[in-house]
Unconditional design. Structure first.
Lengths: 327, 182
């Protein structure tokens, strides 16, 4: 009985708050003569600040049209905006900017949803040795990272040189599937200097900090900084979870003025790799066994950064490179 | 039951803690097994750099399971985790016949370790869901498990992916953990 009363009270409080909120919205609308969507657009600059608020306003709306707007097909965005304008009785001639602003927001919102689907599809596609496209990408990765030394065979110990675990990289992609390979290849081809530097640094043992005898005593002779490719696959996992949890919205809404696409995700990956490397050096862990500790700390730091609505994660690429609008 | 009484119950009957070490070659399925034990999602597994640890409650025990990366470069670190181990679980990819010899060597070296002497060992013949998987009996023979005299051991076929056989193995662990503790 007590439990039931508690639930009932909570429900009533919820209803009361909801009524209060709706009432408040109604009053503000009457006073300012603008609906909530208009107010958001007028009071917030474009980017994550505006789009996130528009998104939650649409999702919480009573109107079915507004609720379903966040999941329409990109081709239907323009039509949806027209419908919304009609529903909200906003005349396009008196508010020419509003339609454009709303459309931009909605493109970002549906773009993000589609990006999640696209990334998920890549992740679910396992690496397949029989598929010439997959094999081709793997070979390209080798060429990008080790241009000087040709591969002696498809199955080769050489793969360890770029940080795979064994002589056949296919088993290392695992839960990240083709997404891991796409990311690694993008990083190695589009941000080559950084990737090569990172690979080079990752191969350095920490010999300098220990005397050689001590090193050998500990049998750490084979130990390295970390494994480049494996770290790439783990950072892919990190980027993926940021995307799926919605944490990346802040970043993508700020850097992609139209629809966020796979390229934006891959650039985010490049940034995360570079930052992780810097973070690893700063943290100065004794050995690779601390990887997950450092990774979790890094994850928390990125999440904290993304809480800032003005945050964008890619300062490394110049805006002209990416056709990005710098906010 | 309220939150307080749950807390009190937890406090009054502390479970016996068991330290379990999960070892084996890379791509054997250690992390999948660990996540399966903890009833977590197993679709996002990535190669283990370093180690993972999880605590699982089972049959009145608190199992602290240490999953250490199996990459060749990490294997020298295994020894740092030997101390106070109650049970060793060794995971084998039953479909990766090319590496049976390598996995056998690693296991033999582990069994020679002083710090692991007398520690019961459970060998999981994993990936039985694959058509090409060798049966547990064949693996046991290949690894000469029958010559082990200095400890109790068991081989259990399983699939960490589907969960089949995992619980049987863990039942064996819980049954034999006391033998070592006394």
């Amino acid at each position: 009985m007590k439990h039931f009363l508690r639930v009932l009270t909570q429900f009533l409080v919820f209803l009361y708050c909801k009524c209060l909120w709706q009432g408040l919205k109604f009053v503000v609308r009457k006073v300012t003569g603008r609906c909530e969507l208009q107010r958001i657009c007028y009071n917030n600059k474009p980017g994550a600040r505006r789009t996130l608020k528009i998104e939650s306003s649409l999702k919480c709306s009573k109107s079915e049209l507004l609720q379903s707007a966040v999941s329409v097909h990109p081709d239907a965005v323009e039509k949806t905006i027209d419908d919304i304008m009609v529903l909200k009785k906003i005349h396009p001639d008196t508010n020419p900017q509003l339609g454009i602003s709303l459309q931009a927001c909605l493109f970002q919102i549906v773009g993000y949803r589609n990006l999640v689907l696209e990334v998920e599809k890549l992740r679910r596609e396992p690496y397949d040795c029989e598929n010439p496209e997959h094999e081709d990408m793997l070979m390209q990765l080798w060429k990008a990272l080790r241009p000087e030394s040709p591969l002696t065979g498809r199955i080769s110990k050489q793969w360890c040189e770029i940080g795979f675990q064994g002589s056949d990289p296919k088993t290392d992609f695992r839960g990240m599937g083709l997404l891991g390979l796409h990311n690694l290849l993008y990083f190695s081809e589009h941000d080559k200097a950084t990737a090569l530097q990172m690979l080079h640094d990752s191969l350095q043992t920490k010999l300098s900090k220990m005397s050689k005898a001590e090193w050998e005593k500990k049998k750490f002779d084979k130990a390295i900084g970390y494994s480049f490719a494996i770290v790439g696959i783990n950072i892919t996992d990190l980027a993926y979870s940021l995307l799926v949890s919605g944490a990346l919205k802040t970043h993508l809404y700020n850097v992609a003025p139209e629809m966020p696409s796979l390229v934006h995700f891959q650039q985010t990956f490049c940034y995360l790799m570079q930052e992780f490397h810097r973070f690893w050096v700063e943290e100065d862990p004794c050995d690779i066994m601390e990887f997950n500790r450092v990774r979790n700390k890094f994850h928390k730091r990125v999440l904290k950064q993304l809480k800032n609505l003005d945050m964008a994660l890619c300062p490394h690429f110049t805006a002209s490179d990416l056709h990005l609008v710098n906010l | 039951m309220g939150l307080l009484s749950i807390l009190r119950k937890l406090k009054s009957a502390p479970d016996q803690e068991v330290r379990i070490l999960l070892l084996g070659l890379d791509n054997g399925g250690k992390t999948t097994l660990l996540k399966q034990l903890a009833s977590e999602d197993i679709s996002h597994i990535t190669p283990t750099q370093g180690f993972n640890i999880k605590s699982v409650q089972s049959q009145g025990f608190k199992l602290n399971v240490w999953d250490i990366g199996g990459q060749r470069k990490i294997r020298p670190y295994w020894r740092n985790y030997f101390e106070n181990t109650d049970i060793l679980i060794y995971v084998i990819d039953s479909a990766d016949r090319k590496r049976f010899e390598e996995t056998g060597q690693e296991l033999a070296e582990l069994l020679d370790e002083e710090k692991l002497s007398g520690v019961p060992v459970l060998v999981f013949a994993n990936k039985q869901d694959l058509l090409t998987a060798a049966p547990a009996s064949e693996i046991a023979e290949g690894l000469n498990l029958h010559t082990i005299r200095d400890r109790i051991w068991q081989i259990q076929s399983c699939s960490a992916l589907t969960g089949e056989g995992v619980q049987d193995g863990m039942n064996w662990v819980c049954k034999n953990v006391t033998a070592k503790k006394k």
